[in-house]
Design a protein around this ligand. Structure first.
Ligand SMILES: [Zn+2]
Length: 432
């Protein structure tokens, strides 16, 4: 999701994962032993042999997955640096081609190029199945040079580095899941389209239309954004995201000689911020954050201009128009000041539609084969999954790595979780 700068130690805006089974299950991969209490049969079962073999396959390839992630992390790719983002596209294209994918670069002048890879169905039988779309992004929020202070390294079973969780590990999972399916079946069981976006962290303006076209023709969309929290929940609902800018024009004056003649844009802005903040309705899932304030030129000048950038979040699509209308109908307190509101809701919420719930159910069934109860979560951050779910295409998000600290200095993925994530993805490619 979008965030304009790296915030140290900033927790992700995940809500607490929802557990469908009434009680919280053990953390991923660890069986919780409660003395005197029987473990619920549904939450931990013995892995079936075939799945156990597949899981072993990924465990044996875990070193390779870590290596792929490291390669990707070490190619820095901030959204606002086109040459850098294009570099990672150029690195990834041959990796997918080596697996038999047909690559196509979607050129953009303003952002990096986005990369589409198509894996055709190898047999007529398989080609009757609609493709599954694997969606991800290779841009990050970290400026060039971040690696110097935040090197890619392994520490206590965690792989750390800028973008390692959000979402270079997700791209590595795609590569390895596709390779594994080819190894197991001799070929892919169905057509697969991969779309790697260049500008997700800054609103997906150059890629959104392509994402929507590709989603339209697919049976389902799997978004390789990070899982929710260390329990590895997949994301079945996301808030909608909007971004607004309120500009105030006042009347400048000398603060000493003519204080009465000025009409301060800063004072007006301060009063407007108080009004905007009242639009928060956390219980309804509406939040409004005036996040960036600018204005004025000198202390001895009554400010002629001031502005505030506002982040807005909504839980359901129905809330979009009401919030938008309220933000656009602000009236100046000082009649000599003018207000101008620009921006809007960029991503509508990803709602938990029956199609989303059905994908989650399939994912749960696959996880159970591994003896793992896969949870789901509703989160505050938006992703490109909001676009595809908003079109009514079944979408499951949070299929990527498990870790913490997306967009923050302590970003990491848990290495031991990678095999299960890869197998979950491979299983979903087969079953969607
Ligand atoms: Zn992301």
């Amino acid at each position: 999701m979008r965030q304009s700068q790296v915030l140290p130690n900033q927790p992700e805006d995940y809500t607490v994962p929802r557990c469908l089974h009434g009680e919280a299950s053990a953390p991923a991969g660890r069986k919780e032993i409660v003395p005197g209490k029987k473990t619920a049969k549904s939450s931990v079962s013995t892995p079936q042999p075939a799945w156990a073999d597949r899981l072993r396959y990924f465990s044996e390839h875990n070193g390779g997955m870590v290596e792929t992630i490291r390669e990707l992390v070490e190619i820095e790719s901030p959204s606002d640096n086109k040459p850098a983002v294009d570099r990672i596209a150029a690195f990834l294209a041959p990796k997918f081609e080596a697996l038999g994918g047909r690559t196509h670069l979607h050129r953009s002048n303003d952002f990096g190029d986005s990369l589409q890879i198509d894996f055709a169905a190898p047999t007529r039988e398989a080609s009757n199945r609609r493709p599954v779309l694997l969606l991800g992004h290779y841009d990050t929020v970290y400026p060039l040079g971040t690696l110097a202070s935040m090197p890619c390294k392994i520490e206590n079973g965690r792989l750390c580095g800028p973008g390692v969780l959000d979402m270079k590990s997700g791209i590595a999972l795609m590569l390895h899941a596709i390779a594994a399916l080819q190894a197991w079946h001799g070929q892919l069981p169905r057509p697969v389209t991969v779309f790697l976006v260049s500008d997700e962290e800054v609103g997906s303006h150059s890629s959104r239309k392509i994402t929507e076209v590709l989603a339209k023709g697919s049976a389902g969309v799997l978004v390789l954004e990070p899982a929710a929290g260390l329990r590895g929940a997949v994301k079945t609902a996301r808030k909608g995201v909007g971004e607004y800018m309120l500009r105030v024009k006042g009347v400048a004056a000398h603060a000493g000689l003519d204080p009465g003649k000025g009409h301060s844009a800063i004072l007006e802005l301060a009063r407007q911020i108080a009004v905007v903040s009242k639009l928060n309705h956390l219980q309804q899932g509406i939040s409004v954050n005036p996040g960036i304030v600018q204005g004025g030129t000198r202390t001895n000048v009554v400010a002629a201009e001031a502005s505030v950038g506002i982040d807005a979040r909504i839980k359901s699509a129905k809330q979009a128009s009401g919030l938008d209308r309220k933000l656009r109908s602000l009236k100046p307190f000082d009649k000599h000041c003018k207000l101008e509101m620009t921006g809007g809701i960029n991503r509508l919420p990803m709602e938990r539609t029956p199609g989303v719930a059905a994908l989650y159910k399939k994912a749960q069934e696959i996880a159970l084969q591994m003896g793992w109860t896969l949870e789901e979560a509703a989160v505050g951050g938006g992703s490109d999954g909001n676009f595809t779910a908003g079109m009514g295409i079944p979408t499951l998000d949070g299929m990527g790595g498990v870790g913490e600290g997306a967009h923050a200095v302590h970003e990491f993925v848990v290495i031991s979780e990678l095999p299960r994530r890869a197998l979950l993805l491979a299983g979903m490619i087969e079953k969607v």
